[in-house]
Design a protein around this ligand. Sequence first.
Ligand code: SF4
Ligand code: SF4
Ligand code: SF4
Length: 182
Amino acid sequence: MTKITRMQLLRGDLKGEKTLFRPPWALPEEYFIDYCTRCNKCVDACFDELIVKGRGGFPQMDFKRGGCDFCEDCLNICPDNALKKVPTNVIEKEFLPPWQIKASIDLSNCLSMNATICRSCGESCDDEAINFTLKLGGIAEPELNVDACTGCGACFSVCPVQVISLRSIVLDKENHQVSEMS
Ligand code: SF4
Ligand code: SF4
Ligand code: SF4
């Protein structure tokens, strides 16, 4: 019988297979579960209503509603430091990125690759991480620059055929990768 961890129990994830994305600047999952008191102030703070009360009462992102503009409202209202900017260079005031999320595109089912004009993902990307390259036969292929992608999720919500996915690298207390979720 598979052992259920404390983290799974708190998250209401008994099968260990639930995928979720925490709000930006969330501590690594094990710390987040400890620090977050489920007050859900971040849920109320997000003007775009991107944060929802998820399994176990913990907040999580719903990227179907749109992309995050990293306004920091959720970060600033969190009273428990469950959302917290982690400095990498105090003097230069540099911090870890808000999360480790990246988009990816399933080109086989992309409209633009199948003779239908669509540029929705590229037009929604403020970071210009998706650019279209003309290929033989007049096909325009969306190309994702992973380094430029902030994982904001804007492209995910606008793709009319849902061929864009988001992946998150989950780290434990020692900053080792626990899993990749999509
Ligand atoms: S940074 Fe702003 S837009 Fe993004 S989840 Fe937080 S409150 Fe919402
Ligand atoms: S998730 Fe990445 S590719 Fe998609 S809109 Fe945001 S920055 Fe651009
Ligand atoms: S929005 Fe979706 S269907 Fe349209 S070009 Fe981008 S990946 Fe393809």
